[in-house]
Write a protein of this length. Structure first.
Length: 407
């Protein structure tokens, strides 16, 4: 089985000026589509699709005033505009500014077979671009993607590729771990360990404040980039260690976006919960491990030893970090207990999904044995082992689809 991944490699700085000129042309196409959509809606009360924009953009890459962009990049810009407008459900989107204090960061989309790689360089729009090839792009078939600019003016190639996925082992044949995300400690594990919350933003916040008060914009951007790079490096090393050591990783579904709007927003964003879960999800796929996102409601109150709801509750109960179960007398650390309950719930979800997949296969076998209707079963989702999403069995025109949301 294969899966789609996006590889990100940095382009050498000597190409930045040329890429910035192409990005300004992308902004021109985007703003033209934005204005055209507004006028069409005012006159005809309808929305344009990416295909509808193309008759108005024909000839933009030919003639004396032609754009330097490839025609595929012009098409992809219009199609991306249509997708973004439909996603945000707006008549018009924000204009892309090519200059000024609120300049839009550079972005150049491209389609499949628009770029090619050879000898450590990428060919795009008639030029060879040198890159720091940390992924070995020559070993992949390059598909659609984009060029993007960061806040410091550095350009990157983001290209999608197909990677092969190994076969998964059944969950009961591998070790499992539960992870409870937090702020005091970044994570508590079901085996009793706790992972330190390094607080990279808090560490460099004094230096950031000095640079901001001095009006040193380039220094401010460099400090922000350093914070992000340190956090990303730490999370990559942590998630890789967890996935290599365990075949099943169960994580609580804490709502980071909601908590980021509360009084602890800075600490929540500094922890990087969402980035950590995203890394665990795709690394589990690459390592043939199971990833389960578990509802964590009540996991801190329920005793992981006997299952009684005997833990501290309410706002006052949040200050209680260690408690003893009144039913069985087991002592618990609040976060470790939650991680153990998350592990139990995750394994129960996997068992339920295996049962659903087994029932579907049993029904398929019964229909085949009886010589009935043809069975249309296919596996979707991650595609590893018997656990699959969207298993479809047809009985006389009715589809039975046991759901699997393990990703």
């Amino acid at each position: 089985m294969t899966s789609t991944r996006v590889l990100r490699v940095r382009i050498k700085d000597r190409h930045a000026a040329w890429l910035s000129s192409l990005a300004r042309e992308v902004n021109l196409v985007w703003n033209y589509c934005n204005e055209l959509q507004g006028r069409v809606f005012e006159r005809e009360r309808r929305f344009l699709s990416g295909f509808d924009f193309w008759p108005y953009l024909k000839g933009s890459t030919r003639g004396e005033c032609a754009l330097q962009l490839p025609v595929q990049a012009v098409q992809e810009t219009a199609e991306q505009y249509a997708r973004s407008r439909a996603q945000h459900r707006k008549i018009r989107l924000a204009w892309r500014a090519s200059g000024g204090a609120r300049r839009s960061l550079g972005w150049i989309p491209f389609k499949v077979r628009t770029i090619k790689y050879a000898h450590g360089q990428v060919y795009f729009a008639g030029r060879w671009l040198s890159v720091w090839d940390s992924w070995g792009l020559g070993g992949y078939e390059l598909r659609a993607g984009s060029f993007s600019e960061d806040a410091r003016g550095r350009w990157y190639l983001n290209v999608s590729v197909q990677v092969k996925l190994p076969q998964r082992e059944p969950p009961e044949a591998v070790s499992a771990i539960g992870v409870d995300l937090g702020l005091k400690d970044l994570a508590a594990l079901s085996d009793g360990r706790k992972i330190e919350n390094t607080r990279f933003y808090r560490d460099l916040e004094p230096a950031l404040g000095v640079a901001q008060r001095a009006g040193k914009k380039r220094r401010v951007k460099a400090i922000h980039a350093k914070i992000a790079n340190r956090r990303r490096d730490y999370l990559h090393k942590l998630t890789t260690t967890l996935v290599r050591a365990h075949g099943v990783v169960c994580v609580g579904d804490v709502n980071a976006s909601a908590l980021a709007r509360g009084p602890h927003a800075k600490s929540v964003l500094d922890a990087g919960w969402s980035a950590m879960r995203t890394m665990l999800r795709y690394k589990c796929d690459d390592a043939a491990a199971w990833f389960v996102e578990v509802p964590e409601s009540g996991t801190t109150r329920i005793c992981s030893a006997c299952g009684a709801d005997a833990g501290p509750q309410g706002l006052r109960g949040l200050a209680v970090r260690e408690w003893t179960c009144a039913v069985c007398g087991a002592g618990h650390d609040r976060d470790v207990n939650a991680a153990r309950n998350i592990l139990v719930r995750g394994l129960a979800i996997l068992a339920q999904q295996f049962s659903a997949a087994g029932e579907a296969k049993a029904g398929e076998a019964a229909v085949n044995e009886a010589g009935g209707h043809q069975v249309g079963a296919h596996s979707a989702g991650a595609g590893h082992g018997p656990l699959a999403e969207g298993i479809s069995v047809t009985y006389g025109g009715d589809d039975v689809k046991p759901g699997c949301r393990c990703r």
